[in-house]
Design a protein around this ligand. Sequence first.
Ligand code: ADP
Length: 219
Amino acid sequence: MKRQQYVVIGLGRFGSSVAMELVQLGYEVLGIDRNEEVVYTMGDFLTHTVTADATDEEMLRSLGIRNFDCGIVAIGDDIQMSILATILLKEMGLKSVVAKAISTLHGRALEKLGVDRVIYPERDMGVRVAHQLVTPNLVDYIELSKDYRIVELKVPSHLHGHLIGDLNPRARFSCSIVALQKDTGVLIAPTAMDRLDEGDTMVIIGANENIQEFEDVIN
Ligand code: ADP
């Protein structure tokens, strides 16, 4: 199957980071920025780079932008440019368009243009950091819905050597350990007889308030 091709518009801190990670993951990425210096720097890391103004419709057409699977509009500070570039990508009929917003109003405007996903990097990172600060063992988390989440928690030292059955998270907190990341690999659907060792990370699924209770008790 053909691998997805991405076009990233705006190679600032956010855009360049997304673009380089996509390349690391093995995807083809075209990076566009109007700043020649930025494009020159990124030339070594991305599959293709072009110095161009993302609001230059003719230029975008000549680059065959409509053939890309996903467009990422990573222009933030210049809201007008972000919106114009987004309109052009939508009009060209890309399958998926993702755009970065720097404020709620900017995000609402992008949603009205029909983007598939609006990303608020600063806001989301702020929320993430706050969670990590109050829960020292928290490695990462994913919100499944308003009420449910999956969290990755380092096993605290006082639980090293204990069995999952000792902790009994299902009965005590109504949440389940769905995987255990060990040095030796990932143990999917661990049982009550599996042991929590130093360096292990538990992947837990549950309702927000139950997970919160679980975190409070084990920390
Ligand atoms: P970040 O906060 O992620 O660094 P910025 O908004 O500061 O994001 O940077 C966005 C990038 O988008 C800059 O490198 C800038 O040159 C580029 N850019 C802004 N407007 C356009 C445009 N019309 N066409 C192409 N690139 C643009």
